[in-house]
Every structure is written in C-alpha cells, then in structure tokens.
Ligand binder design. Structure first.
Ligand SMILES: [Zn+2]
Length: 108
C-alpha cells in the first residue's frame, strides 16, 4: 500500500525518508520536511514542539531510555507513585506512532 505523506508546513509530498522529520507537538505528531521542521522551530509553533524530530536517532534513544524508566517505575514503586510512569509512556508511543503513521510510507 502506498500512501503519500504531506508536509504539515508547505503541504508538498515528502519523497524521501531522510527528509522526513516527525515533530512531536503537545499531544500529536506532524510530519515535516527536514528544512520545514528547522524553519518551524524558529516560529511560534516551537512553543509546543520538541527540539528534535521524533524519528531522529535522539528520538529513538529517548524512547528506549523511557522504556527502561517506565519499567523501573512500575517495578520499584507502589501505589500512586506508579502514576508517574505515564510521563514515560508518551515518548515510547510517539516513537512507535511516528513509524506506523508516517515513516513506513516514505521510501528510503
Ligand atoms: Zn515542507
């Protein structure tokens, strides 16, 4: 199945995976061109945007670290403290969503 992914800023199709930068906004993800992502970071949207694309190497490492922190919190804490684990779920879910929603549709 081929599905085109369009840039959130310039609305052009993103043709290559290396050009794709998935931005993590507050509670949702948006696909950008690498250049458009960099430009958007300088604008007002950056207030709600993380500095690194979710699909960057940093995003992947961050998701892996979050996974271990999540496991740690769930194993080592009791009662209401377990609620803190929610913070570590987001990076993991975002990373997986970035792949399943966008990355897999953009050719290398
Ligand atoms: Zn663009």
């Amino acid at each position: 199945m081929k599905e085109a992914i369009y840039c959130h800023k310039c609305s052009h199709e993103i043709m290559k995976r290396e050009k794709l930068a998935v931005a993590g906004l507050l509670f949702f993800l948006a696909p950008y061109h690498e250049e458009c992502f960099a430009r958007e970071l300088k604008g007002p949207a950056s207030l709600f945007m993380r500095n690194q694309p979710v699909n960057s190497a940093f995003g992947t490492v961050f998701a892996i670290i979050s996974f271990f922190l999540l496991a740690g919190v769930l194993i080592l804490t009791e009662g209401y403290t377990k609620l803190f684990s929610v913070f570590f779920v987001f990076p993991i879910v975002f990373r997986l969503l970035a792949y399943f929603l966008y990355e897999r549709y953009v050719p290398r």
